[in-house]
Ligand binder design. Structure first.
Ligand code: ADP
Ligand code: MG
Length: 317
């Protein structure tokens, strides 16, 4: 980008990174050199976040940095992988020092929490956006895949659903309650929960495009269907308080994107120990339904009627 590209990298990125694990050579050469501990597999994922598409243009720089890493950590969580390192490809309209300082602070606030090193990247000029690639480790053969759900398994979700979508909907009309706005700007990746789930989950996914769409991915990959109880879908106190101002709150809970909660399946007799483990982690856990042999996603509505829920989710195209 600019002549001072290397100053930017040193000041805001290389100089801020925690040392990380498995990093033989970090920022500064043509490639990073990374090691994976014996017996572990490397889990890799990349996600792009663009201004006006994945975050509102008025989002604070620190929140852009935080969210860019959080959505990627959520993918590691969904595989039951332990975060290790990340790379950053950043496109900026201009090298604004205030923006860069804020972005770097938000990014490394989250990176430091998980001891993740920034090991490389790319810096270019253009419309604001970034791609972060994450690497994590999972014991060989223990990753949580989408494909393992079986009829009779119980279906769970962590945390609450619809908060981020509610924040987006409310900002069209006026002020957004801070707890909802925080769920949009600073999603909580369920990393420790994902690690705990290695002992329990038969299938797992993170909810980025809405529960219906993402649970749908588990069903397709696992070759089965599901029935969920719509009244049981977890709603936060802030969401419930805001519900009268939301056109169709139930649709946001079912299909709103950007939750970054985990949806997973497990044998029903795991319930007591699962609840105990999640209580220790301080993460709400809700059983929402059952895996069935018949393909498709069905919901039980408040009147006890079964409704067809296929095709409810966020699509980019
Ligand atoms: P090259 O031209 O060989 O790809 P660059 O000159 O683009 O290398 O980058 C120099 C070093 O700085 C590389 O190690 C690269 O990974 C790192 N780097 C560039 N941009 C970033 C960034 N935004 N965050 C972290 N590291 C970066
Ligand atoms: Mg090079």
């Amino acid at each position: 980008m600019a002549r001072n590209e290397f100053d930017i990298i040193e000041r805001y990125f290389a100089g801020q990174s925690p040392p990380g694990r498995g990093v033989v050579l970090g920022i500064g050469d043509d490639c990073a050199l990374l090691e994976v501990p014996a017996g572990m597999q490397l889990a890799v994922s990349v996600d792009t976040v663009l201004a006006g598409v994945h975050f509102p243009e008025d989002t604070a720089a620190a929140d852009v940095g935080y969210k860019g890493l959080a959505v990627n950590l959520s993918d590691l969580a969904a595989m039951g992988a332990e975060p290790a390192w990340f790379t950053l490809a950043l496109t900026l309209p201009a090298p604004d020092p205030d923006w860069l300082a804020g972005f770097s602070a938000g990014l490394f606030e989250l990176a430091a929490r998980y001891g993740m090193a920034l090991v490389g990247g790319d810096t270019t000029r253009g419309p604001l956006g970034l791609s972060i690639q994450v690497g994590g480790w999972v014991p060989a053969g223990q990753a949580l895949r989408r494909s393992g759900a079986r009829p009779g398994d119980a279906i769970y979700v962590t945390g609450s659903l619809g908060d981020a979508a509610a924040a987006l909907a409310l900002r069209e009309h006026g002020p957004v309650p801070p707890t909802l706005r925080a769920r949009l700007d600073r999603p909580t990746p369920r990393v420790r929960e994902g690690l705990a789930l290695r002992d329990f989950a038969t299938a797992c996914i993170d909810i980025s495009d809405g529960l219906a769409a993402d649970l749908g991915h588990i069903l397709v990959r696992s070759g089965c269907g599901a029935r969920i109880d719509l009244a049981r879908l977890p709603r936060s106190p802030a969401f419930i308080a805001a519900a009268p101002a939301l056109g169709r709150p139930d649709a946001l809970v079912l299909s709103g994107g950007d939750d970054y909660e985990l949806c997973f399946t497990a044998a029903p007799d795991c319930e007591p120990v699962l609840q105990e483990r999640f209580a220790v982690l301080g993460c709400p856990l809700t059983r929402i339904g059952m895996i069935e042999a018949e393909p498709g996603l069905r919901g039980l509505d408040a009147n006890g009627r079964t409704v067809d829920l296929d095709r409810a989710g966020y699509r980019h195209f």
